[in-house]
Design a protein. Structure first.
Length: 352
């Protein structure tokens, strides 16, 4: 999950001029927060409360085989744990600023990370060493990285109105996706990206959040000569997207908004608008079977939504302050969330 943490002057001025959603202005100090080690479980057993090197966590990822959990945050460190016993499995160090986004390769052998230090790094998980490092064009913050299903391509979203498709081994640019309408309304800058490939590898979905003036959701084909299709826009400042396993639906959230939406990935038609959070939604994730969408919010809750009815299925309120990212294990049995105060919380959705 990427965070809008830019220090670029022009977007900041524009943001201040238009103001922000009152849900994002609420201070986290006003939330009921339990001490470290005392997170509550409501409805599902709390299996683990993990702590690494970061004071605040920004991103979370679970490996495709379900063996590893990775979390990153404000200190630039990436901590790893083994899911079988929740023991530390090492750390990846090298970034010099907060790490906003993580993505495992499909084979689970590599982990990509994007940081406010303006670099993307790809790590070898067998040796815990850096395989490659590169800087997206004119980037100062990297908000999103996503591997293609083949693992041969990495999509990178930074502060410009483009998504760059690169070779993850060396950072060589293969293709630039120029988000339509973005540059004309935001002076070329964005504050957040949602990026996800289709499971069959035939293209990807990109959503931009411009902070000052909306955003949009587009579908891109693998064939570079096919024009992108507008799925939703242009007043939608997207901050996260997740395509379901069938590739027919996409869940998304937006900067400053307490809602979650599900849209058709071909027509862009709205299937569900799901409102239940009090403050902004920071991240969304489909369950592996596609029956649930999880959302986490600055209000400190994790909500599970029924994707067929668009209604709330259950809610977890651990009383630890704002939640920043969320992920299911590949079998759908466990769900993990990161917190603004540096915790990883893991629940057993099977009930034990």
């Amino acid at each position: 999950m990427s965070r809008p943490r830019s220090f670029v002057l022009l977007p900041l001025i524009a943001f201040l001029l238009v103001g922000w959603n009152t849900s994002s202005a609420k201070s986290s100090a006003g939330l009921d927060r339990l001490p470290v080690g005392e997170a509550q479980s409501t409805g599902y057993p709390l299996l683990a409360e993990l702590h690494g090197q970061n004071a605040s966590l920004l991103a979370l990822a679970i490996s495709p085989d379900g063996a590893l959990l990775a979390a990153s945050g404000d200190k630039g460190a990436i901590d790893l744990w083994t899911v079988a016993d929740w023991q530390p499995a090492g750390s990846l160090t090298g970034h010099t600023a907060g790490v906003n986004t993580l993505a495992f390769s499909p084979d689970g052998a590599r982990l990509a990370s994007g940081s406010d230090d303006a670099t993307v790094r790809v790590w070898d998980l067998s040796t815990l060493t850096e395989l490659s490092r590169f800087k997206p064009t004119m980037a100062t913050n990297v908000y999103r990285v996503a591997f293609s299903p083949s693992g041969t391509e990495l999509a990178v979203g930074a502060q410009l109105c483009v998504v760059q498709l690169v070779n993850p081994g060396n950072g060589i640019l293969r293709r630039t996706l120029d988000q339509p309408g973005c540059g004309a309304t935001s002076l070329g800058w964005v504050w957040a990206w949602g990026i996800d490939y289709f499971p069959d590898g035939d293209g990807l979905i990109t959503g931009d959040g411009r902070g000052c003036c909306g955003g949009a959701l587009f579908r891109w084909a693998e064939d570079r000569f096919i024009e992108p299709e507008l799925l939703a826009g242009y007043g939608l400042p997207v901050n996260d997207v997740d395509v379901d396993g069938s590739g027919t639906r996409v869940a998304l959230s937006a900067l400053g908004e307490p809602a979650v939406w599900i849209r058709d990935t071909v027509s862009g038609d709205l299937i569900h608008e799901m409102i239940g959070h009090v403050f902004r939604v920071n991240a969304v994730a489909y369950s592996p079977d596609g029956k649930l969408v999880a959302s986490v919010s600055r209000d400190g809750t994790l909500v599970l939504w029924d994707t067929e009815t668009g209604t709330e299925a259950s809610r977890i309120s651990p009383r630890v302050g704002p939640l920043t990212d969320v992920a299911f294990t590949p079998d759908g049995r466990l769900i993990a969330a990161t917190t603004e105060d540096g915790r990883v919380l893991v629940w057993d959705l099977s009930g034990g």
